[in-house]
Design a protein. Structure first.
Length: 653
């Protein structure tokens, strides 16, 4: 069970299999012998054997025990006993045979099934007044001093050619195809030294080919010399900077470099291996440059981050429900705030032009000396207006990211509050949020009230993850590029993947989960976080998984917003929408179906891969997206311009 205070309550009726054994055990210890009779030898009743229950039976038992009054303590004791049984069983099995990282352990599946209907109480439940919950903005209490440390600095004009270089190099590279198709273990899972040496040779060959190609593309003569002498360390600053530019651009633009970013990160992951570092004589990895890295070089830059005007200079301007005059007024205020910050804190109007690696001299040339740097890294003696503008715009980019990625979750929370009651389903059965196992693919049994709470906390969790996505991205890259925790190439059931521990990401997710639990008061379902296992093999997959949240939510919100416009557009649309009961009822039907079956535990064949766990909720949402064309309201999506939950925008061309 979790460290938090847990109040696990279960419903009546289907407890027979487990409770009969429990009651027999308690009767055997509590009954006393009548006086005057010889004491018979006390019969020892064995502990319940939890291994005899499969996942589905355990899930049904827990579900039915939930609502029985006065059984919370007894049920919690049973679950604790089950947890200890599962742990002992799994540990003894691990001692006999090395566990395949991609294999599912029966104890893990059974434990996951038992947790699907638990309720963890961490405070007063916010059900009637939950509209105040989502208004607690995660970034409201965060100062710009804190934000600047994880917000990457926007690419300058002169860094763009290097971005095109890394995009082109990864586009034509077959690095991951060659390297990740080779296993280094035999059929029994034992390491084969011969296969390992062969793979290392292929890895080194592919790594050198990619790095040489980048240098040749930038400067043919120097690339030709590199092919001859293989002195990669001479261009270490150049290569590190190019990789850093690609990583920085990806964090600021999650829709871009989808294929290229994965290749690049896996290449950097391999470059941190000891044998590769020994060959290259340097590391290809350097920290992603942030706003703090630049402004902290000068004392005025640190003071700028505490100026109240920075809120105005970075604010996101929305035109929803506002006239043009109000929008223009906000734009003017924002521009004036930027100019005032430049006037107050700049020591010069332009950057100094001396030295290599600045914007005004030899920026595009490959430098071989140790002092060369691509881009501007700050100056302790100068803070110019151009640098201030770049840093302020970078902080503004973070605000824009929050608006376009977190706002869809906010809108769905708003729809949930406006169109559905927290406690009553209403008279229309089509608008009830209740789900039943086995019906329409659902794998959970929730009443309307319980499903309402389940959806609420899931959307709040997604919202919180998106609010901290930049921090999580930095943690994910640190986990991926951690040489002390190497990956293992493993068959996960979804192909070959690099399975790697992700301790930084896992700890960050635990803190986010704890925060949401305190907001909602009572957490419904499992608290299992899948990362570094066969479901989410590594931190790259974790980032990619939660980057899908706005791609799921945005098309739904856009469709709901366009329904009133479609209704007034032409008579044929009006007839179609009236067939669903009008504009409002159609919106409710779409929302009810999404809130039911995008959060019903579907998307997997067991409760470890899917269900009510933290990552299983997103799995269910993707499963709902894959079935959108079967919905009766799908023509409404098409009329609104829907092209898919993962359209062409952002794909590499």
């Amino acid at each position: 069970m979790a460290d938090l205070d847990s109040n696990v309550s279960m419903s009546p009726g289907e407890e027979d299999a487990m409770m009969m054994q429990s009651s027999a055990a308690s009767e055997g210890g509590n009954n006393k012998e009548p006086e005057g009779m010889e004491a018979e030898e006390e019969e020892v009743v064995p502990e319940p054997d939890f291994n005899q229950f499969d996942a589905k039976t355990l899930q049904q038992i827990v579900k039915q025990l939930r609502s029985r009054q006065g059984t919370a303590a007894e049920v919690e004791a049973l679950l604790n006993r089950f947890d200890s049984t599962s742990t002992a069983s799994s540990s003894s099995t691990a001692g006999e045979k090395k566990k395949d990282p991609g294999a599912l352990d029966k104890a893990e599946v059974d434990a996951a099934a038992a947790q699907q209907y638990q309720e963890i109480r961490v405070g007063e439940e916010h059900l009637d007044g939950f509209e105040d919950v989502e208004d607690t903005t995660s970034d409201a209490a965060m100062t710009f001093l804190d934000r600047a440390k994880f917000v990457p600095i926007r690419l300058s004009y002169n860094e763009r050619p290097y971005l095109r270089l890394i995009e082109g190099a990864t586009a034509v590279s077959t690095y991951t195809d060659r390297v990740d198709s080779m296993l280094v273990t035999d059929k029994n899972g034992q390491l084969n030294p011969r296969l390992e040496q062969r793979k290392t040779g292929v890895l080194i060959k592919q790594m050198c080919a990619t790095l040489c190609g980048m240098v040749v593309a930038q400067d043919y003569d120097k690339g030709q010399a590199l092919l001859h002498d293989r002195d990669f360390a001479k261009y270490s600053h150049f290569l590190r900077a190019v990789f850093e530019i690609g990583r920085r651009y990806k964090i600021l633009n999650p829709e871009r470099m989808r294929e290229a970013y994965g290749k690049m990160m896996y290449m950097l992951q391999d470059s941190n291996r000891s044998e590769i570092k020994e060959l290259l004589d340097f590391s290809c990895v350097q920290e992603v440059r942030t706003v703090w890295d630049v402004l902290s070089q000068h004392e005025r830059g640190v003071k700028l981050l505490s100026d109240p005007l920075l809120h105005v200079a970075t604010m996101e301007i929305s035109d929803r429900g506002r006239d043009r005059r109000e929008v223009n007024l906000d734009i003017r205020r924002k521009n004036d705030a930027k100019k005032e910050l430049q006037r107050k804190y700049a020591t010069s109007t332009r950057r100094p032009q001396h030295g290599f690696g600045r914007f005004y001299r030899s920026t595009y040339e490959i430098q071989g000396d140790d002092d060369s740097k691509i881009g501007y890294h700050g100056d302790k003696d100068h803070l110019d207006e151009e640098t201030i503008e770049q840093c302020v715009c970078s902080l503004g980019d973070h605000q824009t990211y929050l608006r376009f990625n977190r706002e869809p979750c906010d809108r769905l929370l708003q729809f949930l509050r406006e169109h559905f009651s927290p406690t009553e389903a209403g008279d229309d059965p089509a608008l009830s949020l209740a789900i039943s196992e086995g019906k329409s693919g659902a794998r959970l049994n929730h009443s309307h009230e319980r499903q309402f709470r389940f959806v609420l906390q899931s959307l709040l969790l997604w919202r919180e993850v998106l609010a901290h996505m930049f921090q999580l991205w930095h943690f994910a890259e640190h986990d991926l590029l951690d040489p002390e925790h190497p990956y293992t190439l493993t068959h996960t059931g979804q192909g070959l993947h690099r399975v790697q521990p992700c301790r930084r990401v896992h700890q960050a997710m635990l803190r986010i989960l704890e925060k949401v639990q305190k907001q909602v008061g009572v957490w419904i379902g499992s608290t299992q976080i899948h990362v570094g296992d066969h479901n989410v093999p590594n931190a790259l997959m974790f980032i990619d998984k939660y980057a899908q949240v706005p791609r799921i939510c945005s098309p739904i919100v856009l469709c709901l917003d366009k329904i009133p416009k479609l209704y007034d557009q032409n008579p044929k649309n009006k007839i179609l929408i009236d067939g669903f009961g009008g504009v409002t009822r159609l919106q409710k039907l779409i929302l009810a179906d999404f809130f039911r079956h995008a959060f019903d535990g579907s998307g997997g064949d067991n409760f470890f891969d899917a269900g009510s766990c933290v990552d299983g909720r997103l799995t269910s949402a993707w499963n709902w997206c894959s079935q959108i064309e079967r919905k009766e309201y799908f023509p409404i999506f098409l009329l609104g311009g829907f092209v898919g939950f993962d359209g062409d925008e952002g794909w590499d061309k």
